[in-house]
Design a protein around this ligand. Structure first.
Ligand code: ZN
Length: 305
């Protein structure tokens, strides 16, 4: 019998784009806040007035929205004709909003964050000199969006200006789900004890039936963001909350309701004089944005930031 030589065929590894389940009926909201974000919660009780949503303009349909997001750490190396983050969708949530404090009747409405009922949103923290957290969050978010777009990513912000009210934390999570984001972040600065300083990245904890599929990829995202932020801003890990710049929480609607990899960052402590000096510096805010962009790139393309 003639011996047949079988030629070995090398099977090319096919990249599988991970599909995160569509958002379940969203019901919740929450401030990322540890002590601080919640500090600015407005005073009036809940009313029947629905929260204003100012996200329509930014939550536009995506040319890539019909395709599933790519799996973290599986991207191909960029070619000369392909920007590093081309095809990636990143949702940035600048925590709070400039009009929140003046509209307690809206933002104090309770929403279901699965593990508890929480206000729709809060006013956020501020430095002792009055620089508000919502302004810091929005400024870093817009700087970050510009950097990520330059790298080819589609970026969606959960609020288009710093002068609106809301949206509720439940809606902020829903925007990431609706956009099938490859990764998402909620940017904050804390209102912690004046003697404490540093930053922390908050990852979602396990909430059975909700965060099961995002806990692991969010942990990887959190580690990449933590490393990049620590290295590129010189900001130390928080010395009053979390462990080495990382924390896990199950009380945040923005995480509990997310179906895509997502973390929060408390960039520094607004109530600490050293941190406040950084937060009010445009140079630091640009550095923070660059660090977050590097963290996203590391997560989406693999490698160390
Ligand atoms: Zn906050």
């Amino acid at each position: 019998m003639r011996r047949v030589r079988i030629r070995r065929v090398r099977i090319r590894r096919v990249r599988i784009r991970r599909v995160y389940p569509a958002a379940a009926a969203c019901a919740v909201a929450a401030c990322a806040a540890s002590a601080g974000c919640a500090t600015g919660q407005a005073g009036a009780g809940p009313t029947a007035t629905p929260p204003q949503s100012n996200v329509t303009a930014t939550a536009r349909p995506s040319a890539t929205a019909s395709s599933a997001p790519s799996a973290p750490h599986t991207r191909h190396a960029p070619t000369p004709h392909r920007l590093p983050l081309a095809g990636d969708v990143i949702v940035i949530d600048p925590g709070h909003n400039g009009g929140n404090a003046a509209h307690p009747e809206i933002i104090n409405q309770l929403v279901n964050v699965i593990t508890e009922q929480k206000p729709c949103d809060t006013a956020g923290a501020q430095t002792d000199a009055g620089y508000p957290e919502h302004a810091f969050n929005f400024d870093v978010a817009t700087r970050l969006a510009a950097l990520l777009r330059k790298e080819g990513a589609k970026v969606v912000l959960t609020r288009p200006t710093d002068a609106g009210v809301g949206p509720c934390v439940t809606q902020r999570a829903e925007i990431g789900n609706r956009e099938h984001a490859d990764a998402a972040i909620s940017i904050h600065a804390d209102g912690g004890p004046p003697g404490g300083s540093g930053f922390e990245v908050i990852e979602p904890g396990l909430v059975p039936g909700y965060t099961d599929k995002i806990v692991k990829p969010s942990r990887l995202l959190g580690q990449d963001i933590r490393s990049a932020f620590h290295t590129m801003t010189d900001e130390p890990y928080s010395d009053y909350v979390g462990v080495r710049g990382l924390d896990v929480r199950t009380d945040l609607g923005g995480l509990n309701l997310s179906k895509v990899p997502k973390v929060f960052i408390e960039s520094a402590n607004m109530r600490n004089s050293r941190d406040a000096a950084l937060l009010t510096s445009p140079t630091f805010r640009q550095r923070a944005a660059a660090a977050l962009a590097a963290g996203f790139t590391a997560f989406l393309r693999g490698g160390s930031p």
